[in-house]
Design a protein around this ligand. Structure first.
Ligand code: FAD
Length: 456
């Protein structure tokens, strides 16, 4: 035991003298090496209340950890207290109302597993190990987004512990201002101890990746750009620049080839998905391989998990994108070809359909008229590559950023963003966020996040 005690705390307290401290403090991104003074591993909302009160009363820097996936490691801190929710992982599905009550330590795979039994799914991201909490609080994009909106567009209610230790429920009728703010404003307003989501029918999908040699990338990205704008919303399809992973099950003759990929899921009749993709593929050269097929929803949502285990080095850059010109495509391809490792990637996730049907001021997530959310992720298993990852990610982003919007998805930002980047990304909604921050967390107790400043 750490030797410290928190009154009313029933979970585990882990400090530097504990044998499993290193394991407990390790984040998904192996590039981040934070050493908290204490990790308070909570078992329930009462533990969260006790930990928040302890952190505030002792003037500790306080971080909140859900799935621990944040690129810049915002689920932990140096020298302070980590409120670790990662062991609070239960899910309760109400099939008659198609709603799901979710604990704050759940991963996307936990939630998918629980809803799949009922033929339901909540729109989440594309990797199963990602934490539901951080993903949701930042917005949440994935294969179901075009049809059903962002994850926050499917959030009905949260339970929260506020900076003063009080416990509240926020929804459209109670603490409506707080409910507005958490739908995109991140962990700025308190610790969410429970989420209630609307789920939708999803069981068997036509899904998977298709890879082309990078020399076809211009044709593929151009055709994708024109196709997706009018494609049925049942199709969630993103385009990426990557390298064929040098591992099974990828065909050995293609290992390490620079590649362009379309990866998607059609949540509707399988034949309709097949016909839709065929109408795109007939305009394109033959791929290296086409692995789109019929599969359970849970399979596509965890397909990439084995290639991205915990502990890899990650450097992230993001931007929202309005239009993808031929010139921008050239810049993408030229920079992607210089990737220092085969794990590096660039993805463009579509922002359209149901996302556009929600007003820009209905939630803090203002970029509803963007067309894509772009992420550049520089990735390697080898810590020696850290500097090369940063150099490549940064220079790729600097080259492409002039073609993009000034704003970015807060969950794709790294720690070295310009001072005004968070403000730019919330645009006209920032002022309202700052006012709600002033009301619920005037002393900025919750500041290990993409921080909303009380003085806008
Ligand atoms: C491999 C990978 C794939 C990804 N794919 C997608 C994707 O498809 N779509 C997408 O939208 N995003 C995606 N992301 C980004 C993801 O949304 C963010 O990394 C997000 O922060 C993950 O949430 P987490 O709970 O794991 O993070 P954590 O690191 O635990 O926390 C991140 C932030 O959220 C806050 N937070 C966490 N839990 C709570 C809580 N209960 N109450 C209040 N604040 C809290 C923390 O304070 C911190 O600021 C991906 C990330 C990775 C690493």
């Amino acid at each position: 035991m750490s030797g410290l005690a928190i009154q009313g705390f029933r979970g585990r307290l882990i400090g530097p003298s504990d044998k499993d401290y290193d394991e407990a403090r390790a984040l998904y991104n192996g590039m981040i090496d934070k050493r908290p003074m204490l990790i308070a591993r909570c078992t329930d909302a009462a533990d969260v209340v006790a930990a928040v009160n302890y952190g505030r009363e002792n003037k500790l820097l306080l971080a909140i950890r859900g799935g621990g996936h944040s690129g810049p490691g915002l689920g932990s801190c140096d020298g302070g207290l980590v409120i670790d929710l990662s062991h609070m992982r239960s899910v309760r599905v109400d099939p008659s109302n198609r709603t799901v009550r979710v604990d704050p330590g759940c991963t996307a795979a936990d939630l998918d597993h629980a809803t799949h039994a009922f033929g339901l799914a909540v729109p989440l991201g594309i990797v199963g190990s990602t934490g539901v909490a951080g993903l949701t609080l930042g917005g949440g994009t994935g294969y179901l987004t075009r049809k059903y909106g962002l994850t926050i567009d499917n959030l009905l209610e949260v339970d929260m512990v506020l900076a003063d230790g009080t416990f509240v429920t926020a929804n459209k009728d109670q603490h409506a201002d707080l409910f507005w703010a958490v739908r995109g404003g991140g962990g700025n307003f308190g610790v969410v101890t429970s989420f209630l989501f609307q789920a939708h029918p999803a069981k068997i999908v036509f899904a998977g990746p298709i890879f082309w040699d990078a020399k076809e990338a211009k044709k593929v990205i151009g055709a994708y750009r024109d196709f997706i704008a009018n494609a049925p919303e049942e199709l969630g399809l993103f385009v990426g620049l990557k390298t064929v992973p040098p591992t099974d099950p990828f065909p050995k003759e293609h290992w390490n080839k620079r590649a362009c990929a379309l990866i998607g899921a059609f949540n509707g009749p399988i034949e309709k998905g097949q016909a839709l993709m065929a109408s795109l593929l007939e305009k394109l050269p033959a791929p290296l391989f086409n692995w789109m097929g019929e599969m359970p929803w849970t399979a596509i949502n965890s397909l990439f998990d084995p290639f991205f285990p915990k502990g890899l080095q990650w450097y992230w850059k993001g931007d929202f994108v309005k239009a993808l010109s031929d010139e921008a495509i050239d810049v993408h391809i030229a920079n992607a070809l210089k990737a220092p490792t085969p794990f590096c990637l660039m993805h463009l996730y579509p922002i359209d359909g149901a996302v556009r049907r929600v007003a820009k001021d209905a939630t803090p997530w203002i970029a509803r008229d963007a067309s894509w959310s772009m992420v550049i992720a520089a990735v390697s298993p080898d810590p020696k590559d850290a500097a090369a990852l940063r150099t490549w990610g940064r220079s790729y982003w600097e080259a492409i950023h002039p073609f993009n919007l000034q704003s970015a998805y807060v969950n794709f930002m790294d720690a070295d963003e310009a001072d005004n980047r968070v403000q730019l990304s919330y645009g006209d909604n920032y002022k309202r966020l700052a006012a709600i921050k002033a009301k619920y967390d005037p002393n900025n107790l919750f500041r290990v996040n993409q921080n909303i400043k009380v003085q806008a």
